[in-house]
Ligand binder design. Structure first.
Ligand code: SDX
Length: 431
């Protein structure tokens, strides 16, 4: 735990309460309020947790003012350029970059867990064909606790490790099969002679009727997109996984809860909502109309892919994603993609507008990702499943950290009650 030399003094009704201040490796100090209710008979109040640290963690650090994102201390732009997703998974899970031997062992372990229990195929078939792939992901991942009983005991470190590898390894298969089911094509099995991103692309786009060659440029872009989405501190879906796990629920059920939370358009669903917004705008001449709506206090319309609770500067992932969008679309010969043109002009006009500048609203990770994914051949409904696939390692790493923390206890917030005082029941004839 961090240094506790400093304290904060709170005076309530003349009574002084001294609270320890904990100093982190990076970022703001925190006031330790764990004894506040016992000493002062008061709660703190922070809907949306805008000023609340829910835990201590060693995994990811974000400096919203500098637009900095570190995974175990390594900047995201360096990892996106020099590393690859499974190496980033190892880093997030175990805290250090692996040796070549350790990396090979880890990649082989993941590769050999990519198949699903064959019986799960029937579970997919229980959905309507037009089910949103995220609905299928939530259901199938939750159902893994009904198929993998030998890795649900969270008190057993070995079972925790097996569950972690199974989830990271099987998410591409689940996401790809959710897509195949939604388009009425047969499931494609993973192959052990392919890397993680290539396997996923092949499971999504190959058909039994012909051979399928993965485009190495798209595989590299896919792998980088996974890296950019891997973890992000205590965001809504990670906090959901932590809270669900705090009751001792099994990891598959907890990750299913994280997928459900990520689905929302304010969170991971923004990549789908952003592309639908760019489609609705259509041409650059309509941009001012949409910017005006986003600024209108009487209109709850927001620019999807813009703004962030933490980043009050550029989201460093958006910067890398924008570069990748330019590269991939040029390599695919679609650099004049109208949505990319609209996105770039929308970004330019918004960033020149005092409303967005004053509120420190910048493009976030979701602003450009959809453009690349659509160019790769994915429908918008697959954007958030891909986000879920990549974020699984972040959820699992944070879950493992929490389970192993001796301070771990069930999360149970209190409230500011503003309802009725106690009153007696009234019989229906007297109401
Ligand atoms: C992700 O937390 C994470 O780390 C998430 C994530 C991750 O990797 O896990 O980074 C992934 O979820 C990225 C965010 C994707 N969501 C969107 O792109 C949806 C559009 N953006 C927003 O709805 C919003 O910006 C949030 C939800 C992202 C952040 O909301 P906050 O922090 O609660 O901010 P707020 O709603 O209090 O907004 C502050 C002000 C408000 O105006 P005022 O009431 O002060 O006058 O900014 C305005 C908002 O109206 N505002 C926007 C806006 N976002 C905020 N106005 C127009 N367009 C927007 N996009």
């Amino acid at each position: 735990m961090a240094d506790t030399a400093k304290t904060a003094t709170l005076t309530i009704d003349g009574k002084e309460i001294e609270l320890p201040i904990l100093s982190p490796t990076l970022g703001p100090d925190v006031i330790d309020i764990r004894k506040l209710y016992a000493q002062g008979d008061v709660f703190t109040y922070d809907p949306g947790f805008t000023s609340t640290a829910s835990c201590d963690s060693t995994i990811t650090f974000i400096d919203g003012d500098k637009g900095e994102l570190l995974h175990r201390g390594y900047p995201i732009d360096q990892l996106a350029e020099k590393s690859h997703f499974l190496e980033v998974c190892y880093l997030l899970l175990y805290g250090e970059l692996p040796s070549a031997t350790k990396l090979e062992e880890f990649e082989n372990l993941v590769t050999n867990h990519t198949m699903l229990h064959e019986q799960m195929m029937y579970f997919f078939r229980g959905f309507r064909r037009d089910a949103h792939p995220m609905a299928i992901m939530v259901g199938v991942v939750g159902a893994m606790s009904a198929f993998y009983h030998d890795s649900t005991d969270i008190s057993d470190p070995h079972q925790r490790e097996v569950a972690s590898i199974r989830l990271i390894a099987k998410m591409p298969t689940i996401a790809a099969w959710a897509y195949k089911f939604s388009i009425g094509q047969p499931f494609v099995y993973p192959r052990n002679d392919m890397d993680y991103a290539s396997n996923f692309l092949r499971m999504c786009f190959a058909v039994p009727a012909e051979d399928y060659e993965v485009n190495p440029i798209l595989a590299r872009a896919m792998d980088r997109i996974f890296t950019l989405h891997a973890d992000h501190e205590q965001n809504a879906s990670t906090s959901t996984v932590r809270l669900a796990s705090s009751s001792g629920a099994n990891p598959f059920a907890c990750i299913a809860a994280g997928i459900a939370c990520l689905w929302g358009p304010a969170h991971g669903g923004a990549n789908q909502a952003c592309l639908e917004m760019l489609e609705e705008i259509g041409t650059v001449d309509r941009i001012p109309e949409f910017i005006a709506r986003a600024k209108d206090k009487n209109d709850d319309y927001r620019l999807m892919g813009f703004g962030h609770r933490v980043y009050k500067n550029f989201d460093p992932r958006a910067t890398v994603m924008k570069q990748s969008a330019d590269e991939v679309l040029e390599l695919l010969g679609v650099e004049n993609n109208p949505k990319l043109q609209v996105a770039k002009e929308l970004e330019r006009q918004a960033l020149e507008d005092p409303y967005f500048a004053d509120k420190k609203l910048f493009p976030n990770v979701d602003f450009y990702s959809g453009i690349i994914l659509e160019a790769m051949g994915f429908p918008t409904s697959m954007f958030t499943p891909i986000f879920s696939l990549a974020r699984t390692v972040g959820w699992i790493s944070q879950w493992k950290e929490m389970i192993a923390d001796p301070q771990n206890k069930i999360g149970r917030p209190r409230q500011l009650y503003v309802g009725e005082k106690a009153r007696d029941y009234v019989d229906v004839e007297n109401r």
